[in-house]
Design a protein around this ligand. Structure first.
Ligand code: GLY
Length: 365
């Protein structure tokens, strides 16, 4: 029996690690169980911080995303001070070019660039581009570097990281989690956090399902692109070292863990149409990942049907963006016992009709 920590975090992706870091800084003793750090949705993304370019409707989700974007510069700066590692945060802005046949993508108070302006903003875009929207406050982070920074920070702060340990069941008693079963035996803590993303349904019947994204990358010399391009059906994310990451498909195909010629072909066609020079750079590779999608495409955060189980899952397309705010909201909830008012909008209870009663949940485990 393992029972060493105040808080046991199930899931070693961005949410799990960032929340572990925040909790440890606030004095908690934290263990993270991760079946496989490489599986996390963090690795699948391109690292866009794009609440505006994603075209989120005004409301609680957009507000949460904007709040998290505002935290990013300080959050990554503090992680770098601690670890000496760069996360590649780059407030480069996002340009959303439009073709004549592009459907309108944004409403409200958005900055439109005409044809001349957009081609000045970014040389070598397709001559078919007739204009576009400019989101100067949207940004990017290098998600691969961020993964290393989070792991290193967690290690340095003394978080217990158990890699290769899968949780196979959650055992409950009297509306509380009593222990979890893992691949190395039972594990107990005072408080549990479920941060298992696309795999959440393996442990609790909550409506989170995988949405596959395929990506590819090319390497350039110099820096031909200095802004993220968010085109119809694709995005092109230039790193400061000349690498360009292109994403992403969005496929409801379960856990089909491979790239497909069709997926990559469709990305290549859309990305090259948008930015033709992409066609001539060395292809570095392609990969895939699974975004954790909920029915309303917003995360499930905060209390669960069990008194000592907190949920931090279902971030869908905005996981990397929402990592700092999630870590802060969840750690404050645990340390102070006070829920930030915004958590009410992300409660599991909005899916209560599809959620079994606590009694039935308990029977399921
Ligand atoms: N955030 C972009 C994506 O999920 O593809």
């Amino acid at each position: 029996m393992n029972s060493s920590s105040d808080v046991l975090i199930i899931g070693g992706g961005a949410m799990g690690l960032a929340t572990a870091i925040e909790l440890t800084r606030q004095g908690a003793k934290v263990t993270v169980l991760s079946r496989n750090f490489q599986e996390a949705a963090l690795h699948a993304a391109a690292g866009m911080l794009a609440p505006q370019a994603e075209g989120l409707e005004p409301g609680p989700m957009l507000d949460l995303c904007l709040r998290s974007r505002d935290l990013y510069a300080d959050w990554t700066h503090q992680l770098t001070e601690l670890t000496g590692l760069e996360a590649g945060y780059w407030p480069c802005g996002i340009l959303a070019p439009a073709f004549a046949d592009s459907p309108p993508r944004y409403t409200g108070d958005v900055e439109w660039c005409d044809r001349t302006t957009i081609h000045q903003h970014q040389p070598d875009l397709s001559p078919e581009i007739v204009g576009g929207w400019w989101f100067p406050q949207d940004a990017q982070v290098n998600n691969q570097q961020l993964a290393q920074v989070l792991l290193q920070a967690a290690r340095q702060l003394g978080v217990t990281l158990e890699e290769g340990v899968g949780v196979t069941g959650v055992e409950t008693q009297d509306n509380r989690v009593h222990q979890v079963q893992t691949t190395v035996g039972p594990w107990q803590a005072q408080t549990y956090i479920l941060a298992t993303g696309s795999w959440s349904q393996d442990l609790l019947p909550i409506p989170v399902t995988p949405r596959k994204g395929q990506l590819f990358a090319v390497q350039t010399h110099g820096q031909p692109l200095t802004k993220v391009l968010f085109g119809p059906g694709t995005y092109i994310v230039p790193r400061q070292n000349g690498r360009i990451v292109v994403g992403a498909t969005s496929e409801d195909v379960g856990f089909a863990a491979y790239n497909t010629p069709g997926g990559i072909q469709s990305l290549l066609a859309k990305a090259i149409r948008l930015y033709p020079p992409l066609a001539d750079h060395p292809l570095e590779g392609c990969w895939w990942g699974f975004r954790p999608a909920t029915p309303d495409e917003s995360p499930i955060l905060g209390h669960s049907p069990y008194d000592n189980l907190i949920l931090a899952t279902g971030h869908y397309r905005n996981g990397i963006l929402l990592t700092p705010v999630t870590a802060r909201l969840i750690s404050d909830l645990i340390v102070t016992g006070q829920a930030d008012p915004c958590l009410a909008d992300f409660s599991w209870q909005r899916f209560a009709s599809s959620f079994p009663s606590t009694e039935r949940l308990a029977l399921a485990h």
